[in-house]
Write a new protein. Sequence first.
Lengths: 323, 259, 304
Amino acid sequence: MATDEARRPTPFERLYAYLDAPNRRHTVHVIIILLLIVTPFIANQYTTVILTNALLYVVLCLGLNIVVGYAGLLDLGYAAFFAVGAYTIGILTQQFGVNFWLAIPFAIVAAAVAGVVIGAPTLRLRSDYLAIVTLGFGEIVRFTARNLEITGGASGLFAIPEPSLFGWRIDSASDFFYVFAVLAVLAYIASQRLYHSRLGRAWLYVRHDEDAAEAMGIDRVRTKLSAYIIGAIFGAMGGIFFSVNLGAISPESFSFEQSVMILLAVVLGGMGKIPGVILGAFIIVLGPELLRDLDSLRLLVFAVLLLLIMLFRPSGIWPDKRS
Amino acid sequence: MLLQLERITLSFAGNTVLDAVDFGVAEGSIATLIGPNGAGKTSLFNTITGFYRPQQGSIHFDGAPIVKQKPHRVTRMGIARTFQNVRLFREMSVLENVMAGMHCRTRSGAIGAILRLPSQRAEEREILETSEECLRFVGIHDERERLATNLAYGHQRRVEIARALATRPKLLLLDEPAAGLNASEKIALIELIRRIRDERGVSVLLIEHDMSLVMKVSERISVLDHGSMITEGSPHDIQNDPRVIEAYLGQDDEELALS
Amino acid sequence: MSFFDSFFQQLINGLVLGSFYALVALGYTMVFGVIKLLNFAHGDFYMAGAFVGFGALSLVSGALGAGWMGIFVAMLLAMMAIGCLGVVIERIAYHPMLNAPRLSILITALAVSLVLQNAALALTGGQYTAFSTDIGFGGFEVGNLFISHNQIILVATAAVLMIALELGVSRTMYGRAMRAVSIDKDMCRMMGINVAGVIAVTFFIGSSLAAAAGTMAGAYYGSIWYFMGFLIGLKAFTAAVIGGIGSIPGAMLGGLILGLLESFGTNIEFIGSEWKDVFTFAILILVLVFKPTGLLGKSEVERM
């Protein structure tokens, strides 16, 4: 249990408190922005690609964090929204020749609709039901993608055209690094602002005590549904740019394993804590790069890691003080 | 009548908890519901606030039917409540707790928050101001930054009242607000209840076991026993009503101190 | 084949499928009953049961042969082993979490599931393992209809296990204690009921039923792999919800209904068997929308 009475802080807690101080936060922001700008100049192509992937994970993890970390809902099929975003773009641009930027709103709406279809019936019930329904939903989306013609079946879609912006063709590794850097920064700002808003507080109230929240006039189902939909839209945004980055998507990019990895990053970093979640995203993407030899045991290592975190440090490496 | 219940019947798995209860609270009054343990008082609160759905009967508040409305709708219509066993958001600050009350009086959503629209910022200020005002009103403004769980019990009860007031209610339901308070806190509570009615114009209905407090603060008292309303009247009438004394017989705690 | 033959063939297929679902659904529902946890790892108990059953069969087949006699003994051994595994996992992973936020225990359950699955993946290299037996393909022919001995033995075994469970729960002290624990743990402790013991027994029974289903499924279908618990876990959950989660007869009924629905439903031309899993999922959503308490479940009374 958290107390605000004195207890000797650990070195990490002191570091976090140091970084969390409002006046230093600006400095940290500036340093991170500068790092993002110079990275493509100093890193080789391979490193740039890996870091781009890490930034994609930041977007996805911040999205899932709204569902899991803020609203306390377990979503085990988060990759489905990632898939909905990616496939909507793939189908519209590659098969119907729609302009990439015009296709984005469709992808977002598709994700939001999927969120409502899954969330509305299940969020009225015990929140455990959502976990297993989303697990099923994730599989269904992948299964559907594999069996429909329009999604390219098991081999997926390829030759998805690269987008261009005011004549600038976004195609090199460093171009995409910048695109994802901008996305990650936007996701960060949106998360931060939501956290300190009326809606953000409502998620916490409902997570802490549903009955008391209802007695305060908060619509429990609507509040949870909004978290679920916003999470879905973050996921779709990741998918939208993922599809044009790779130029090809296949059902296996959106497996249960993918959902688990995103969840693991959020839990590892610290549910509800934005910098923690970002750190978690980087660890999950860069960790395996450092431990390449593991390969076949990689998933087992991650699974054991998740179990150990839950048993010994359920609030993650950078815990949120409100939860 | 501000609140009017007619023939409310509630049962769980065949057990009748409330049996054709008729009950009303007049606008601007301080009313109390008393009765032995298990009489159905909290169930009546839960029915009024929409947490329980009665099998029969009607409830009108401010002229509008509210029976079978969801709890959050009932709160929005102007009925706020506290809980018998304090239900604060324990790991959040006192101020954040009270801000919960303003949720139903504001409307900005995700887009407003992400874009920091002027309307959203104005609303955030309003939420903060109202919440601080409610905290000042109940006298614990100094503790606004502390975690709710770290407050003394008596102060936690006050946070709950402040949170309920922040919903800008017309009627406030207090479920055993004096439970666990010491003598001086009880006197302060009586004063607070009167101020809620006099200064804010909020009608108050409470459930309470402490008879001396009930006799001092109430203008009307209703007595519930075994799910039925057995009598209703001024504190003086109730004190001398043989049916009330009978209802309490066999209860061997301080509730017998009805003199 | 006439309409009737086809109807009965689907009926039999549905019963076989439903027996597996029911056995696995029972564990879900029993565990949910006592600790209100959706045990995501439950499907993996089924998978682990299949592997242990396979291992046990290769041990006993020398003495007993690899026919149904050997399979029964292997199944009993698998039930013991996986029952114990369930108890150990409950003690290590779930017990410390019982008073933590719901989200924590759910994620822990997911972690347990992933550990079991990936341990099996690491051990088998992700390959299908042939579950070879000597159970043969004999059966009865009734007109155009064919019922194999295996199908009869399988459904009968599942029925015997379920009847034994039902008797155990309705006639013994344990059954009464289990129902009491599901209603109010604190009260049970005050009344001197060994709550931890009841939870352990429940995990043992639930896990061992999944192991029984796993071994039989391995023998019946002839191959096993590390991921086999995933889908059946999802489907057994659906079955438990159809019957009413927390209700033991409900899980049995739900399992049979789901088995039959799948068997008949996917035989309708416009659905097609490749959409079988989507079909199940649609059923789950429909039940949750229209009858979340299931057929035999009780609605939860909100308590303040």
